[in-house]
Design a protein around this ligand. Structure first.
Ligand SMILES: CCCCCCCC/C=C\CCCCCCCC(=O)N[C@@H](CO[C@@H]1OC[C@@H](O)[C@H](O)[C@H]1O)[C@H](O)/C=C/CCCCCCCCCCCCC
Ligand code: UDP
Length: 373
Protein backbone atom coordinates (compact mmCIF):
# COMPACT_ATOMS: atom_id res chain seq x y z
CA UNK A 1 0.00 0.00 0.00
CA UNK A 2 2.92 2.31 0.72
CA UNK A 3 4.29 1.79 -2.79
CA UNK A 4 0.82 2.54 -4.20
CA UNK A 5 0.83 5.72 -2.20
CA UNK A 6 4.21 6.74 -3.59
CA UNK A 7 2.98 6.51 -7.16
CA UNK A 8 -0.44 8.06 -6.64
CA UNK A 9 0.58 10.59 -4.00
CA UNK A 10 -0.86 13.89 -5.24
CA UNK A 11 1.36 16.89 -4.55
CA UNK A 12 -0.37 19.58 -2.49
CA UNK A 13 -2.54 21.62 -4.89
CA UNK A 14 -1.62 25.28 -5.41
CA UNK A 15 -3.45 28.00 -3.56
CA UNK A 16 -7.01 28.12 -5.08
CA UNK A 17 -6.66 31.92 -5.46
CA UNK A 18 -3.62 31.50 -7.69
CA UNK A 19 -4.68 28.71 -10.01
CA UNK A 20 -3.45 29.30 -13.54
CA UNK A 21 -6.01 29.30 -16.39
CA UNK A 22 -5.89 26.27 -18.70
CA UNK A 23 -7.12 25.83 -22.29
CA UNK A 24 -8.03 22.23 -23.06
CA UNK A 25 -7.77 21.12 -26.69
CA UNK A 26 -10.06 18.24 -27.61
CA UNK A 27 -9.53 16.97 -31.17
CA UNK A 28 -12.46 14.75 -32.20
CA UNK A 29 -12.99 12.39 -35.10
CA UNK A 30 -16.35 10.63 -35.09
CA UNK A 31 -18.43 9.22 -32.27
CA UNK A 32 -18.09 6.07 -30.19
CA UNK A 33 -20.57 4.76 -27.61
CA UNK A 34 -18.65 6.37 -24.70
CA UNK A 35 -17.92 9.76 -26.27
CA UNK A 36 -20.76 11.66 -24.56
CA UNK A 37 -19.90 10.28 -21.13
CA UNK A 38 -16.16 10.93 -21.60
CA UNK A 39 -16.60 14.50 -22.83
CA UNK A 40 -19.04 15.26 -20.04
CA UNK A 41 -16.30 14.66 -17.48
CA UNK A 42 -14.49 17.70 -18.92
CA UNK A 43 -17.51 19.88 -18.20
CA UNK A 44 -17.38 18.76 -14.58
CA UNK A 45 -13.80 19.65 -13.67
CA UNK A 46 -13.46 21.15 -10.20
CA UNK A 47 -11.21 23.93 -11.43
CA UNK A 48 -11.95 27.65 -11.43
CA UNK A 49 -10.45 28.83 -14.75
CA UNK A 50 -10.45 26.62 -17.81
CA UNK A 51 -11.88 26.58 -21.30
CA UNK A 52 -12.73 23.66 -23.58
CA UNK A 53 -11.75 23.95 -27.24
CA UNK A 54 -13.29 21.09 -29.21
CA UNK A 55 -12.44 20.61 -32.85
CA UNK A 56 -13.56 18.38 -35.69
CA UNK A 57 -12.16 18.07 -39.19
CA UNK A 58 -15.35 17.59 -41.08
CA UNK A 59 -18.55 19.63 -40.89
CA UNK A 60 -20.59 16.41 -41.14
CA UNK A 61 -18.84 14.79 -38.18
CA UNK A 62 -21.52 13.38 -35.81
CA UNK A 63 -19.31 14.47 -32.88
CA UNK A 64 -20.60 18.01 -33.53
CA UNK A 65 -24.04 17.05 -32.20
CA UNK A 66 -22.55 15.47 -29.08
CA UNK A 67 -20.49 18.58 -28.32
CA UNK A 68 -23.36 20.95 -29.02
CA UNK A 69 -25.71 19.08 -26.71
CA UNK A 70 -23.11 19.22 -23.93
CA UNK A 71 -22.50 22.94 -24.49
CA UNK A 72 -26.26 23.46 -24.14
CA UNK A 73 -26.40 21.31 -21.01
CA UNK A 74 -23.54 23.22 -19.34
CA UNK A 75 -23.97 26.87 -20.40
CA UNK A 76 -21.71 28.08 -17.58
CA UNK A 77 -18.68 26.15 -18.83
CA UNK A 78 -16.52 28.12 -21.26
CA UNK A 79 -16.56 25.82 -24.32
CA UNK A 80 -16.18 26.35 -28.06
CA UNK A 81 -16.28 24.09 -31.10
CA UNK A 82 -14.11 24.60 -34.19
CA UNK A 83 -14.57 22.97 -37.55
CA UNK A 84 -10.96 22.85 -38.63
CA UNK A 85 -11.04 20.74 -41.78
CA UNK A 86 -10.19 23.53 -44.19
CA UNK A 87 -6.84 24.30 -42.61
CA UNK A 88 -3.87 22.17 -43.71
CA UNK A 89 -0.63 22.61 -41.82
CA UNK A 90 0.96 19.19 -42.32
CA UNK A 91 0.35 15.46 -42.55
CA UNK A 92 -0.47 14.99 -38.87
CA UNK A 93 -4.30 14.92 -38.81
CA UNK A 94 -4.50 15.52 -35.08
CA UNK A 95 -2.47 18.74 -35.31
CA UNK A 96 -4.46 19.92 -38.33
CA UNK A 97 -7.55 19.40 -36.27
CA UNK A 98 -6.29 21.20 -33.14
CA UNK A 99 -4.51 24.15 -34.66
CA UNK A 100 -7.48 26.55 -34.73
CA UNK A 101 -8.32 25.81 -31.12
CA UNK A 102 -4.68 26.28 -30.20
CA UNK A 103 -4.53 29.69 -31.86
CA UNK A 104 -7.78 30.76 -30.18
CA UNK A 105 -6.66 29.58 -26.72
CA UNK A 106 -7.01 32.37 -24.19
CA UNK A 107 -4.77 30.81 -21.53
CA UNK A 108 -1.06 30.12 -21.86
CA UNK A 109 -1.16 26.69 -20.25
CA UNK A 110 -2.51 24.15 -22.73
CA UNK A 111 -3.84 20.63 -22.24
CA UNK A 112 -4.02 18.27 -25.22
CA UNK A 113 -6.50 15.52 -24.47
CA UNK A 114 -7.50 12.75 -26.87
CA UNK A 115 -11.17 12.08 -27.52
CA UNK A 116 -11.34 8.81 -25.55
CA UNK A 117 -10.00 10.19 -22.26
CA UNK A 118 -12.19 10.10 -19.15
CA UNK A 119 -11.29 12.51 -16.34
CA UNK A 120 -12.11 12.48 -12.66
CA UNK A 121 -13.36 15.85 -11.38
CA UNK A 122 -9.95 16.56 -9.79
CA UNK A 123 -7.75 15.41 -12.70
CA UNK A 124 -7.06 18.87 -14.14
CA UNK A 125 -6.14 20.11 -10.66
CA UNK A 126 -3.81 17.13 -10.28
CA UNK A 127 -2.04 17.95 -13.56
CA UNK A 128 -1.72 21.63 -12.69
CA UNK A 129 -0.33 20.77 -9.25
CA UNK A 130 2.73 19.28 -10.96
CA UNK A 131 3.42 22.36 -13.10
CA UNK A 132 6.17 23.83 -10.94
CA UNK A 133 8.39 26.70 -12.13
CA UNK A 134 11.01 24.36 -13.67
CA UNK A 135 8.45 22.03 -15.32
CA UNK A 136 7.44 22.53 -18.96
CA UNK A 137 5.36 19.40 -19.60
CA UNK A 138 3.13 17.36 -17.29
CA UNK A 139 2.10 13.95 -18.63
CA UNK A 140 -0.55 11.53 -17.55
CA UNK A 141 0.85 8.03 -17.81
CA UNK A 142 -1.30 6.07 -20.27
CA UNK A 143 -3.65 3.63 -18.60
CA UNK A 144 -7.20 2.55 -19.26
CA UNK A 145 -10.50 2.57 -17.44
CA UNK A 146 -12.08 -0.81 -16.86
CA UNK A 147 -14.64 -1.36 -19.57
CA UNK A 148 -17.20 -4.08 -19.97
CA UNK A 149 -15.96 -5.42 -23.28
CA UNK A 150 -14.83 -8.82 -22.04
CA UNK A 151 -11.36 -10.09 -22.78
CA UNK A 152 -10.37 -7.10 -24.98
CA UNK A 153 -10.71 -4.64 -22.10
CA UNK A 154 -8.79 -6.86 -19.66
CA UNK A 155 -6.08 -7.32 -22.27
CA UNK A 156 -5.72 -3.54 -22.79
CA UNK A 157 -5.64 -2.91 -19.07
CA UNK A 158 -2.94 -5.54 -18.59
CA UNK A 159 -0.89 -4.05 -21.44
CA UNK A 160 -0.99 -0.51 -20.05
CA UNK A 161 -0.61 -1.56 -16.42
CA UNK A 162 2.41 -3.82 -17.01
CA UNK A 163 4.53 -3.33 -20.16
CA UNK A 164 3.62 0.32 -20.71
CA UNK A 165 3.78 1.27 -17.01
CA UNK A 166 7.12 -0.47 -16.55
CA UNK A 167 8.67 1.45 -19.42
CA UNK A 168 6.98 4.79 -18.74
CA UNK A 169 7.86 4.79 -15.05
CA UNK A 170 11.39 3.50 -15.73
CA UNK A 171 12.03 6.03 -18.50
CA UNK A 172 10.61 8.85 -16.40
CA UNK A 173 12.76 7.90 -13.42
CA UNK A 174 15.96 8.12 -15.46
CA UNK A 175 14.96 11.14 -17.55
CA UNK A 176 14.33 9.47 -20.94
CA UNK A 177 11.76 11.13 -23.21
CA UNK A 178 8.78 8.80 -23.02
CA UNK A 179 6.11 11.26 -24.00
CA UNK A 180 2.63 10.24 -25.01
CA UNK A 181 0.26 12.81 -26.44
CA UNK A 182 -3.00 11.38 -25.15
CA UNK A 183 -3.17 13.70 -22.13
CA UNK A 184 -0.57 16.34 -21.37
CA UNK A 185 -0.25 19.89 -20.04
CA UNK A 186 2.43 22.28 -21.29
CA UNK A 187 3.44 25.94 -21.39
CA UNK A 188 2.33 27.52 -24.67
CA UNK A 189 5.34 29.86 -24.80
CA UNK A 190 7.71 26.88 -25.11
CA UNK A 191 5.98 25.82 -28.32
CA UNK A 192 5.70 29.39 -29.55
CA UNK A 193 9.50 29.69 -29.23
CA UNK A 194 9.85 26.99 -31.89
CA UNK A 195 7.06 27.98 -34.28
CA UNK A 196 3.88 27.01 -32.40
CA UNK A 197 1.86 23.80 -32.52
CA UNK A 198 1.74 23.83 -36.31
CA UNK A 199 5.52 23.37 -36.46
CA UNK A 200 4.90 19.79 -35.26
CA UNK A 201 2.37 18.93 -37.97
CA UNK A 202 5.16 17.49 -40.11
CA UNK A 203 5.70 14.70 -37.57
CA UNK A 204 3.35 11.78 -37.11
CA UNK A 205 4.52 11.35 -33.50
CA UNK A 206 4.14 15.00 -32.56
CA UNK A 207 4.14 14.16 -28.86
CA UNK A 208 7.71 12.84 -28.93
CA UNK A 209 9.02 15.97 -30.68
CA UNK A 210 7.05 18.38 -28.49
CA UNK A 211 8.64 16.76 -25.46
CA UNK A 212 12.08 16.93 -27.07
CA UNK A 213 11.75 20.68 -27.78
CA UNK A 214 10.55 21.39 -24.25
CA UNK A 215 13.47 19.49 -22.72
CA UNK A 216 15.87 21.37 -25.06
CA UNK A 217 14.63 24.59 -23.48
CA UNK A 218 15.80 23.25 -20.10
CA UNK A 219 12.36 22.52 -18.70
CA UNK A 220 11.50 19.25 -16.99
CA UNK A 221 8.91 16.65 -18.01
CA UNK A 222 7.03 15.00 -15.15
CA UNK A 223 4.26 12.46 -14.64
CA UNK A 224 1.32 13.55 -12.50
CA UNK A 225 -0.26 11.26 -9.92
CA UNK A 226 -3.32 10.16 -11.90
CA UNK A 227 -2.86 8.03 -15.02
CA UNK A 228 -4.76 8.83 -18.23
CA UNK A 229 -7.99 6.86 -18.25
CA UNK A 230 -8.62 5.81 -21.82
CA UNK A 231 -12.27 4.92 -22.10
CA UNK A 232 -13.12 4.83 -25.76
CA UNK A 233 -16.12 2.71 -26.72
CA UNK A 234 -14.07 1.15 -29.49
CA UNK A 235 -12.48 -1.81 -27.74
CA UNK A 236 -11.56 -4.92 -29.68
CA UNK A 237 -8.35 -6.95 -29.75
CA UNK A 238 -7.91 -6.30 -33.47
CA UNK A 239 -8.30 -2.52 -33.09
CA UNK A 240 -5.86 -2.53 -30.18
CA UNK A 241 -3.30 -4.55 -32.13
CA UNK A 242 -3.49 -2.01 -34.97
CA UNK A 243 -2.72 0.79 -32.50
CA UNK A 244 0.18 -1.16 -31.01
CA UNK A 245 1.63 -1.82 -34.45
CA UNK A 246 1.30 1.86 -35.41
CA UNK A 247 2.99 2.98 -32.19
CA UNK A 248 5.73 0.42 -32.59
CA UNK A 249 6.37 1.66 -36.15
CA UNK A 250 6.65 5.22 -34.86
CA UNK A 251 9.03 4.26 -32.05
CA UNK A 252 11.16 2.23 -34.41
CA UNK A 253 11.35 5.18 -36.80
CA UNK A 254 12.25 7.71 -34.12
CA UNK A 255 14.52 5.52 -32.03
CA UNK A 256 15.78 2.64 -34.23
CA UNK A 257 17.71 1.02 -31.37
CA UNK A 258 14.32 0.17 -29.83
CA UNK A 259 13.78 -2.30 -32.70
CA UNK A 260 16.29 -4.53 -30.90
CA UNK A 261 15.97 -3.32 -27.30
CA UNK A 262 12.19 -3.63 -27.20
CA UNK A 263 11.89 -7.35 -28.02
CA UNK A 264 14.80 -8.30 -25.78
CA UNK A 265 13.29 -6.33 -22.91
CA UNK A 266 10.21 -8.61 -23.09
CA UNK A 267 9.79 -11.42 -20.56
CA UNK A 268 9.74 -14.39 -22.94
CA UNK A 269 12.65 -13.50 -25.22
CA UNK A 270 14.77 -12.31 -22.31
CA UNK A 271 13.93 -15.58 -20.49
CA UNK A 272 15.10 -17.65 -23.45
CA UNK A 273 18.35 -15.65 -23.69
CA UNK A 274 19.06 -15.83 -19.95
CA UNK A 275 18.31 -19.59 -19.80
CA UNK A 276 20.61 -20.21 -22.76
CA UNK A 277 23.38 -18.04 -21.27
CA UNK A 278 23.22 -19.65 -17.82
CA UNK A 279 23.13 -23.12 -19.35
CA UNK A 280 26.15 -22.25 -21.48
CA UNK A 281 28.11 -20.63 -18.63
CA UNK A 282 27.15 -22.72 -15.60
CA UNK A 283 25.32 -25.71 -16.99
CA UNK A 284 22.10 -24.83 -15.12
CA UNK A 285 18.86 -26.43 -16.30
CA UNK A 286 17.46 -23.95 -18.87
CA UNK A 287 13.86 -25.05 -18.22
CA UNK A 288 14.16 -24.30 -14.48
CA UNK A 289 15.73 -20.90 -15.13
CA UNK A 290 13.09 -20.01 -17.72
CA UNK A 291 10.18 -21.03 -15.46
CA UNK A 292 11.58 -19.20 -12.42
CA UNK A 293 12.31 -16.08 -14.48
CA UNK A 294 8.76 -16.12 -15.94
CA UNK A 295 7.17 -16.68 -12.53
CA UNK A 296 9.07 -13.76 -10.97
CA UNK A 297 8.19 -11.51 -13.91
CA UNK A 298 4.53 -12.54 -13.71
CA UNK A 299 4.32 -11.80 -9.97
CA UNK A 300 6.09 -8.44 -10.40
CA UNK A 301 3.71 -7.49 -13.18
CA UNK A 302 0.74 -8.39 -10.99
CA UNK A 303 2.07 -6.09 -8.24
CA UNK A 304 2.75 -3.29 -10.74
CA UNK A 305 -0.75 -3.53 -12.17
CA UNK A 306 -2.23 -3.36 -8.65
CA UNK A 307 -0.11 -0.26 -7.99
CA UNK A 308 -1.22 1.46 -11.18
CA UNK A 309 -4.85 0.48 -10.55
CA UNK A 310 -4.45 1.79 -6.99
CA UNK A 311 -6.75 -0.85 -5.56
CA UNK A 312 -8.08 -4.34 -6.23
CA UNK A 313 -8.22 -5.40 -9.85
CA UNK A 314 -11.67 -5.23 -11.44
CA UNK A 315 -11.20 -8.74 -12.89
CA UNK A 316 -10.20 -12.13 -11.54
CA UNK A 317 -6.64 -13.44 -11.15
CA UNK A 318 -7.44 -16.06 -13.77
CA UNK A 319 -8.42 -13.35 -16.29
CA UNK A 320 -5.20 -11.54 -15.45
CA UNK A 321 -3.25 -14.72 -16.06
CA UNK A 322 -4.86 -15.36 -19.46
CA UNK A 323 -4.44 -11.73 -20.59
CA UNK A 324 -0.83 -11.63 -19.35
CA UNK A 325 0.16 -14.85 -21.13
CA UNK A 326 -1.55 -13.65 -24.31
CA UNK A 327 0.23 -10.29 -24.23
CA UNK A 328 3.63 -11.78 -23.51
CA UNK A 329 3.24 -14.44 -26.17
CA UNK A 330 2.02 -12.03 -28.86
CA UNK A 331 4.56 -9.26 -28.19
CA UNK A 332 7.22 -10.63 -30.52
CA UNK A 333 4.72 -11.36 -33.29
CA UNK A 334 3.37 -7.77 -33.05
CA UNK A 335 6.92 -6.41 -33.25
CA UNK A 336 7.50 -8.43 -36.39
CA UNK A 337 4.22 -7.26 -37.91
CA UNK A 338 5.24 -3.64 -37.29
CA UNK A 339 8.36 -4.13 -39.46
CA UNK A 340 6.44 -5.73 -42.31
CA UNK A 341 5.98 -2.47 -44.22
CA UNK A 342 6.55 1.23 -43.75
CA UNK A 343 2.97 2.38 -44.12
CA UNK A 344 1.24 3.83 -41.11
CA UNK A 345 -2.50 3.25 -40.87
CA UNK A 346 -4.46 5.63 -38.71
CA UNK A 347 -8.01 5.36 -37.47
CA UNK A 348 -9.13 7.95 -39.98
CA UNK A 349 -7.94 5.66 -42.76
CA UNK A 350 -4.97 7.81 -43.80
CA UNK A 351 -1.83 6.08 -44.96
CA UNK A 352 1.53 7.80 -44.87
CA UNK A 353 4.61 6.36 -46.53
CA UNK A 354 7.57 8.42 -45.35
CA UNK A 355 10.74 6.32 -45.52
CA UNK A 356 11.63 6.79 -41.87
CA UNK A 357 8.42 8.47 -40.73
CA UNK A 358 10.28 11.25 -38.96
CA UNK A 359 9.43 14.22 -41.13
CA UNK A 360 7.31 14.45 -44.19
CA UNK A 361 8.04 17.35 -46.54
CA UNK A 362 4.65 18.64 -47.58
CA UNK A 363 1.38 16.93 -48.51
CA UNK A 364 1.56 13.20 -49.18
CA UNK A 365 -0.24 12.03 -52.32
CA UNK A 366 -3.33 10.09 -51.30
CA UNK A 367 -3.84 11.81 -47.97
CA UNK A 368 -6.81 13.67 -49.36
CA UNK A 369 -5.61 17.10 -48.28
CA UNK A 370 -4.36 18.32 -51.66
CA UNK A 371 -5.89 21.55 -52.74
CA UNK A 372 -6.68 22.62 -49.20
CA UNK A 373 -4.95 25.66 -47.86
C1 LIG B 1 18.03 -0.40 -20.39
C2 LIG B 1 17.34 -0.13 -21.66
C3 LIG B 1 16.14 -0.95 -21.81
C4 LIG B 1 15.41 -0.48 -22.98
C5 LIG B 1 14.12 -1.14 -23.05
C6 LIG B 1 13.34 -0.50 -24.10
C7 LIG B 1 11.96 -0.99 -24.09
C8 LIG B 1 11.08 0.07 -24.57
C9 LIG B 1 9.84 -0.45 -24.97
C10 LIG B 1 8.76 0.25 -25.10
C11 LIG B 1 8.63 1.64 -24.73
C12 LIG B 1 7.25 2.00 -24.39
C13 LIG B 1 7.16 3.43 -24.49
C14 LIG B 1 5.85 3.98 -24.21
C15 LIG B 1 5.25 4.71 -25.34
C16 LIG B 1 4.24 3.82 -26.02
C17 LIG B 1 3.22 4.50 -26.83
C18 LIG B 1 3.80 5.02 -28.11
O1 LIG B 1 4.55 4.36 -28.75
N1 LIG B 1 3.39 6.21 -28.46
C19 LIG B 1 3.89 6.88 -29.61
C20 LIG B 1 2.74 7.33 -30.47
O2 LIG B 1 1.81 8.01 -29.66
C21 LIG B 1 0.68 8.53 -30.30
O3 LIG B 1 1.13 9.16 -31.46
C22 LIG B 1 0.15 9.83 -32.16
C23 LIG B 1 -0.46 10.87 -31.29
O4 LIG B 1 -1.45 11.56 -31.96
C24 LIG B 1 -1.04 10.27 -30.10
O5 LIG B 1 -1.57 11.28 -29.32
C25 LIG B 1 0.05 9.54 -29.39
O6 LIG B 1 -0.42 8.93 -28.23
C26 LIG B 1 4.66 8.04 -29.10
O7 LIG B 1 4.99 8.91 -30.12
C27 LIG B 1 5.84 7.56 -28.32
C28 LIG B 1 6.74 8.32 -27.89
C29 LIG B 1 7.87 7.95 -27.00
C30 LIG B 1 8.54 6.68 -27.22
C31 LIG B 1 9.80 6.67 -26.43
C32 LIG B 1 10.09 5.37 -25.91
C33 LIG B 1 11.32 5.39 -25.07
C34 LIG B 1 11.24 4.25 -24.16
C35 LIG B 1 12.44 4.03 -23.36
C36 LIG B 1 12.14 3.10 -22.27
C37 LIG B 1 13.27 2.94 -21.37
C38 LIG B 1 12.91 2.15 -20.19
C39 LIG B 1 14.01 2.15 -19.21
C40 LIG B 1 13.70 1.34 -18.06
C41 LIG B 1 14.74 1.38 -17.04
O1 UDP C 1 -6.61 12.56 -38.34
C1 UDP C 1 -6.77 12.57 -37.11
C2 UDP C 1 -6.37 11.52 -36.27
C3 UDP C 1 -6.60 11.62 -34.91
N1 UDP C 1 -7.21 12.72 -34.40
C4 UDP C 1 -7.43 12.81 -32.94
O2 UDP C 1 -6.22 12.51 -32.29
C5 UDP C 1 -6.45 11.83 -31.10
C6 UDP C 1 -5.63 10.55 -31.08
O3 UDP C 1 -6.08 9.72 -32.09
P1 UDP C 1 -5.27 8.46 -32.55
O4 UDP C 1 -6.18 7.55 -33.29
O5 UDP C 1 -4.01 8.90 -33.21
O6 UDP C 1 -4.93 7.85 -31.08
P2 UDP C 1 -4.02 6.68 -30.62
O7 UDP C 1 -4.63 5.45 -31.21
O8 UDP C 1 -2.63 6.96 -31.12
O9 UDP C 1 -4.14 6.77 -29.15
C7 UDP C 1 -7.96 11.61 -31.00
O10 UDP C 1 -8.50 12.61 -30.15
C8 UDP C 1 -8.44 11.81 -32.42
O11 UDP C 1 -9.73 12.33 -32.47
C9 UDP C 1 -7.58 13.76 -35.20
O12 UDP C 1 -8.11 14.73 -34.73
N2 UDP C 1 -7.35 13.66 -36.53
Amino acid sequence: RDICYLMHRPVPPPDPENLHGVSILKPLTGVDPNLYKNLETFFNQKYPAYELLFSVQDENDPAIMVVQSLIQKYPKVDAKLFIAGLRYVGPNGKINNMVRGYEAAKYDWIVISDSGIYMRPDTLLDMVSYMKADVGLVLQMPYTAHRKYGFASVYEQVYFGTFQARNSLGANAIGINCSTGMSCLFRKELLENVGGLQAFAKYLAEDFFICKEIVKQKYKTVLCSQPAMQNSGNCTVEHFHKRLIRWSQLRGAMLPHLIILEPISECMLMGVLISWALDFLFNVSPMTVFLLHTLMWFLSDYCLLRIVENGPLPFSKFEFFVAWITRESLAFWLSLRSHKNNEVHTDTGLTAVPPRLMTVPGPIPGLGHEGLS
